[in-house]
Design a protein around this ligand. Structure first.
Ligand SMILES: Nc1nc2c(ncn2[C@@H]2O[C@H](COP(=O)(O)OP(=O)(O)OP(=O)(O)O)[C@@H](O)[C@H]2O)c(=O)[nH]1
Ligand SMILES: [Mg+2]
Length: 403
């Protein structure tokens, strides 16, 4: 190596080393940035990088959208599977001439079962037609055909099943099952008919057809108490005041389009379910207003809360009309254990109307204001009394409904 070459190498080394340093520094910082972004994406241990675990606010769905999703009536055609046929055949094997009958039985057809699920809230997921699987044919060598697939249809609590106008099932408990259509039994193979009298039967039977039914599923709201009142009486406001339910409130009639259920919690861990039923008007039993479709939701409430607007002229006429509508829909419905609530007590007209209402009706009237929360305690105490009476009477007959 001559002197010139030596000089070139030294100059290059002098220039390259800071470049290398700078280069490695840049690479390092880039890598660190990349690692940080990975950490952000994948790390759950670092509080700075991990996702916020706070519960998000519940999205409020409009009443119209809710009403569209909550289907409370369905007509369903259910066809259960046919049973598989049994077969007729004889065992054959080398050096075994008369092996005997060995035709197997057919499999049973699948059933269609309605199953109650407390997480399902409407009949929206129920389809208009169901057909379960057919059973398979029997086989030779005494092989049985496999059973058809059973279909489970999940329905909400409070589903009432009717067939030809007759109630065939009322499903009120979570997990309860009702066989809507039985699958046909599988046919018998000729092995089944083997007897001492007949050592070589050739008879084999066909599988039976499954049941076919047209069912009407109706969802009836299940709550202890049902709030009944004219539109704008303040039912939804009252439910908001006594429970965590959030039905829409507005100053126009028919704000509520579907029943809403709120739970009132008491200190002894008892929970009373209160339903806000859409407004009822004169002639509701003749399908006026929102129709009698909503009156059926009241049927299953054990006691009623008549919510009156105390600020209107002659509030007792509201009560008479409400009772009349309920009575027209079903005899004795208005006479269920009930409480009369005079709402909007904060308004000046209500103060003067209260004594007039008390003169007109024999039952106890609870004046309150859902808006200001005035006298809500009296209602809550009376609600508990009604609930305790209900539990006592139901305990003698069957299990009281608990939430
Ligand atoms: N001043 C006063 N206004 C009330 C009170 N309760 C309810 N309101 C008002 O009355 C209007 C109707 O209230 P809602 O709770 O929507 O009445 P609703 O009975 O549920 O009406 P529908 O859903 O149409 O049957 C709203 O503007 C409420 O703010 C109250 O105690 N005092
Ligand atoms: Mg309402």
């Amino acid at each position: 190596m001559n002197g010139r070459q030596m000089l070139r190498i030294t100059i290059r080394a002098l220039f390259e080393s800071p470049w290398r340093l700078a280069n490695s520094y840049v690479e390092n910082s880039l890598f660190q940035k990349q690692a940080k972004s990975w950490q952000k994406n994948f790390s759950t241990t670092c509080t700075r990088c991990s996702k916020s675990r706070q519960l998000g606010r519940k999205r409020i769905i409009s009443e119209k959208k809710l009403a569209k999703c909550s289907i409370d009536y369905r007509k369903v055609c259910v066809v259960a599977g046919k049973g598989g046929d049994g077969i007729s055949c004889f065992h054959s094997e080398p050096r075994k001439v008369f092996g005997g009958p060995d035709g197997g039985d057919g499999g049973n057809g699948g059933h269609i079962i309605l199953k109650v699920d407390q997480h399902v809230k409407s009949l929206a997921s129920v389809l208009p037609y169901y057909k379960s699987g057919d059973g398979k044919r029997g086989g030779s060598k005494n092989c049985y055909g496999s059973n058809g697939r059973t279909i489970y249809v999940t329905v909400p609590i409070g589903t009432v099943v009717t067939e030809d106008g007759e109630v065939v099932a009322e499903l009120y408990q979570h997990g309860e099952e009702y066989v809507a259509a039985y699958g046909g039994a599988g046919g018998k193979g000729n092995r089944f008919f083997l007897s001492n009298e007949n050592r070589a039967p050739t008879l084999a039977t066909e599988g039976e057809p499954g049941q076919r039914k047209i069912l009407h599923l109706e969802l009836k709201t299940m709550a202890h108490a049902g709030m009944v009142g004219f539109p704008n009486a303040g039912k939804s406001s009252l439910l908001r005041a006594i429970s965590n339910a959030k039905p829409a409130v507005a100053s126009y009639p028919f704000t509520t389009l579907i029943p809403h259920i709120g739970i009132v919690h008491y200190e002894d861990y008892e929970q009373v379910a209160v339903a806000d039923i859409p407004g009822i008007i004169k002639g509701a039993h003749r399908n006026r207003g929102l129709g009698f479709g909503f009156l059926r939701h009241i049927e299953h409430c054990s006691f009623l809360l008549y919510v009156l607007d105390l600020s209107v002229l002659e509030p007792w006429t509201q009560l008479q009309n409400l009772k009349y509508e309920l009575e027209q829909y079903e005899e004795g419905l208005s006479k269920r254990p009930h409480a009369i609530i005079g709402n909007k007590f904060d308004l000046p007209q209500s103060k003067s109307n209260l004594p007039l209402l008390r003169d007109q009706v024999e039952e106890r009237v609870i004046p309150l204001s859902a808006l200001t929360g005035e006298n809500l305690e009296e209602l809550l105490l009376h609600l508990k009394e009604l609930y305790d009476d209900y539990v006592k009477t139901e305990a003698q007959n069957h299990k009281p409904m608990k939430w």
